[in-house]
Design a protein around this ligand. Sequence first.
Ligand SMILES: [Fe+2]
Length: 182
Amino acid sequence: MTDVIELLEHDHREVEQMFTEYEQATDPQERRTIADKIIIELVRHSEAEEQAVYPMIRNQIENGDTIVEHEIDEHSQAERLMKELDGMDPNLPEFGVLMQQLMTAIREHVEEEENVVFPQFRQTVSPEELDKLGKTVEALKKIVPTHPHPKAPDHPPFNALLAPGTALVDRVRDMLSGRGQQ
Ligand SMILES: [Fe+2]
């Protein structure tokens, strides 16, 4: 399955699942760990959308520019929240407030994409093209794993992403753009 819309919608379900996990976790350390997983997944997903989907929307959909500007604006707002959350003590009340803001923003973003943006996209772009774009998204997914490898949880790049003292959002972006892959 490489239909790009199906792939991105599948990502959305995964992120929603992580949100539920976060909401059900009571231990602050566990919440912190889930928050990091969420952040990695969101950065990878946003990058995939920005690389594989938004350029086509810009070129092929009426009002495409306006739609894309709006979506990118939402991604930047989420990114600001994720940067504020970076390394924050999960015992602080502010941590919970920021996570709540992030989850609300993403839930709205997902709903809008699935109800407004993606249907228009599917109408305009051929199935072959959707498959081709899906391959781009799959390739990005391989670069940044969102789960530690079950047999080697301590191996890079997952543990490198979570190394202390680094800005997680920037690390994931660097990795996706081919920098910082030592
Ligand atoms: Fe999305």
